[in-house]
Design a protein around this ligand. Structure first.
Ligand code: TXA
Ligand code: MG
Length: 368
C-alpha cells in the first residue's frame, strides 16, 4: 500500500492528509484509494430500495446498511455510527475523502452527552435554545467514537435533527447515526429523495422518502473546542440567532492551500456544491444580463431584473424571503444544471441571516 501512496503526487498528498489528521494511516489511505482509483475500486452495485417505513429503514441501519433519510436541512446518508465498516461504507459510496468528518445524529441531548466527554454549560444553553434544529455542535469526543467518524480530530460533530421522520428513525434504530449529506462528494446537496437517487442509486442500500426538506441548507456547524465558539460552516441556523443566545462567535476562514489535505475546519473546501455548468455570480441589486451567443440560465429572487434573454429562470422567492430562498436553493441549482445551459448566472444574497449560508454555498459552487 505504501508503494501506491508514494507513487504520485496525489497519493503523496493523501499520505500527508491522513497523517495530518492523525489517522491510522494505511487503513484510511487504502479506503481513499479504493474510492479514488477505479482500477482498484471494490464498490459493488447494490440495489437501492425506497423504504416503505421508518421501521424498514431502521432495520437496514441495524444490519449495518446505508440508508438515506430526510432531515429538516438536507437528506443525510446514514449509517450506525458505532459500526466502523458501515461508516467506511459512507466514505466509499459518496467518494468522500476520509479527512472530512461526519456529523453524528442523535434523538436528544442525553444521547448527545453519551458521545462526548464534556457537555459544557454553553453547550447546554445552545441545545436548550436550538435542538432539535439545524445546529451541529463540535464537542470533545469520547475515545470510543471511531477516528473514521471524526477524521482523527479530537471533536465530534453532534446534532438533533428537527424532522419527525428522522427522529422516528433514530428512536427505532436506537443508535447514533453518522450522516453526511446524501450526495456524491462535492456535488449539489439533496433536498428530496429523488435527488438522493439521482446521485447515489446503486451505491447505497435504501432511501426513506420524507418529502422535500423545509430548511434547505445544511446545519450551522459551531465548534466549542476553541477558546471562543467558532462557526466552522454557516448554515440553516443564522449566526445572529446563536449570538443572541451566547454572545459573539468567531468565523473560521478556509485555507484553500490545504484543500487537498486536512483543514482545521475540514468542511471549508473552497470548491463544493458544484453544478457541472459554469456558475457566475452577480451582486444582489445588479441587473442580470444574458451573454450574447450563450445559453444562459438565471437564479434570482424578488422582482426579476434582467434583459429577457435567459433560456431558463429560477425565481427562489417572489418576495425575497431568505427562508423560502434557502428551501428552494439546491433544487433550483439542480434544475438549472440539468437544462443544458452554457452558463448559470446567480444573484448573491444580502449578507445577513440565512443569506450568509446561501452566499457561502454560491461562492463554493462557483469556484473552479
Ligand atoms: O444539515 C446537515 O448538517 C446535514 C444533515 C444530513 O444533517 N449534514 C451535512 O453533513 O451537511 P456533511 O458531511 O455534508 O457536512 C458536515 C460538515 C462538514 O463540513 C464537516 O467537515 C463538518 O461538518 N464536521 C463534521 N464533524 C466535524 C468535526 N468533528 N470537526 C470539525 N468539523 C466537522
Ligand atoms: Mg455535504
Amino acid at each position: 500500500m505504501g508503494f501506491f501512496c508514494l507513487s504520485d503526487s496525489t497519493h503523496g498528498l493523501l499520505l500527508f492528509a491522513s497523517l495530518y489528521a492523525n489517522l491510522t494511516a494505511f487503513d484510511d489511505i487504502f479506503l481513499y484509494l479504493v474510492r479514488r482509483d477505479p482500477a482498484i475500486c471494490m464498490s459493488e452495485y447494490r440495489s437501492t430500495i425506497v423504504c416503505n417505513s421508518a421501521a424498514e429503514a431502521a432495520d437496514l441501519l441495524k444490519n449495518g446498511r446505508l440508508v438515506a433519510f430526510p432531515t429538516e436541512t438536507v437528506y443525510g446518508l446514514g449509517a450506525d455510527a458505532r459500526n466502523s465498516d458501515s461508516v467506511a461504507g459512507i466514505f466509499e459510496s459518496k467518494q468522500r475523502p476520509t479527512f472530512d468528518p461526519l456529523i453524528v445524529h442523535v434523538a436528544n441531548e442525553s444521547a448527545a452527552r453519551r458521545l462526548v466527554t464534556e457537555f459544557s454549560p454553553l453547550a447546554e444553553r445552545l441545545a436548550a435554545a436550538f435542538w432539535p434544529g439545524p445546529l451541529t455542535l463540535v464537542l470533545p469526543k469520547r475515545p470510543e467514537i471511531s477516528d473514521l467518524v471524526t477524521s482523527g480530530l479530537p471533536g465530534v460533530g453532534v446534532r438533533v435533527p428537527n424532522h419527525p421522520v428522522a427522529l422516528e428513525l433514530l428512536r427505532l434504530a436506537d443508535c447514533p447515526i453518522a450522516a453526511p449529506s446524501a450526495n456524491l462528494f462535492g456535488r449539489i446537496s439533496p433536498t428530496t429523495a429523488q435527488h438522493v437517487l439521482d446521485g447515489l442509486n446503486g451505491r447505497i442500500d435504501g432511501v426513506l422518502d420524507g418529502g422535500a426538506c423545509g430548511v434547505g441548507v445544511e446545519s450551522t456547524v459551531l465548534s466549542l473546542m476553541t477558546e471562543q465558539p467558532t462557526v466552522l460552516r454557516p448554515g440553516g441556523l443564522p449566526i445572529e440567532d446563536i449570538e443572541a443566545v451566547i454572545g459573539p462567535v468567531l468565523r473560521a476562514s478556509a485555507n484553500s492551500a490545504l484543500d487537498d489535505a486536512a483543514q482545521l475546519a475540514p468542511g471549508m473546501l473552497s470548491r463544493h456544491y458544484s453544478p457541472t455548468t459554469l456558475l457566475r455570480l452577480i451582486e444582489p441589486d445588479s441587473f442580470a444580463i444574458a451573454m450574447e451567443g450563450q445559453k444562459c440560465g438565471l437564479m434570482t429572487y424578488g422582482p426579476i431584473h434582467d434583459n429577457g434573454n435567459f433560456s431558463k429562470v429560477q425565481q427562489l422567492s417572489e418576495f425575497s424571503d431568505l427562508k423560502t430562498c434557502a428551501a428552494n436553493f439546491f433544487a433550483a441549482l439542480r434544475s438549472l444544471d440539468a437544462a443544458g445551459l452554457d452558463v448559470i448566472i446567480a444573484r448573491r444574497f444580502p449578507e445577513t441571516g440565512l443569506g450568509i449560508a446561501l452566499n457561502d454555498r454560491l461562492q463554493r459552487a462557483a469556484c473552479r
